[in-house]
Design a binder for this molecule. Structure first.
Ligand SMILES: Nc1ncnc2c1ncn2[C@@H]1O[C@H](COP(=O)(O)OP(=O)(O)O)[C@@H](O)[C@H]1O
Ligand SMILES: [Mg+2]
Length: 140
């Protein structure tokens, strides 16, 4: 049923909590693959060189660390684990991966790094739930 699981992480504790749940889910349903995605947002081109390259290096390094930690939180799995980082709007990046990889379920946190603590559901989660091509598991 859930042959391809997509996990979205942003470096927040909510995201790592979603990672642990995605790991549990994968150990139960034994999918073919789990794909972990992180988007490092949009880097403004007006920064110019060499600042642009410095910003890209910094964000890539941070995204790589987030993916590594998410892998740890997922734990040992009986399937392939892929990681992907992308630039641009996070919700669009997640939806894009879900569409191109034909994901069967998206697992993500209810909240992330944002500071608007009054919101029940973060903006990225809201947008993904509204446009996803598959079921979405919102972990809280
Ligand atoms: N840049 C991102 N890359 C991948 N996943 C993300 C990103 N930002 C948010 N998410 C996913 O969406 C969840 C909810 O985050 P978000 O909607 O951004 O809430 P908040 O508004 O509190 O930051 C996160 O726990 C994570 O699973
Ligand atoms: Mg956010």
């Amino acid at each position: 049923m859930f042959g391809k699981i997509l996990l979205a992480v942003d470096g927040s504790e909510h995201g790592y909590h979603a990672a642990r749940q995605a790991g549990e889910l994968a150990r139960t349903v034994k999918p073919a693959e789990l794909r972990i995605v992180v988007s490092y947002g949009t880097i403004p081109l007006y920064l110019g060189e060499p600042n642009l390259q410095t910003a890209i290096d910094h964000r890539t390094k941070e995204a790589q660390a987030t993916l590594e930690r998410a892998k740890e939180q997922v734990g040992d799995l009986p399937c392939e684990v892929h990681t992907e980082m992308s630039e641009g709007d996070p919700a669009e990046a997640i939806l894009n991966v879900a569409n191109t990889r034909a994901s069967d379920i998206i697992v993500m946190g209810s909240r992330g790094l944002g500071r608007l603590s009054g919101l029940l559901l973060g903006s990225v989660s809201q947008k993904v739930v509204a446009h996803a091509p598959c079921p979405v598991l919102i972990v809280r």
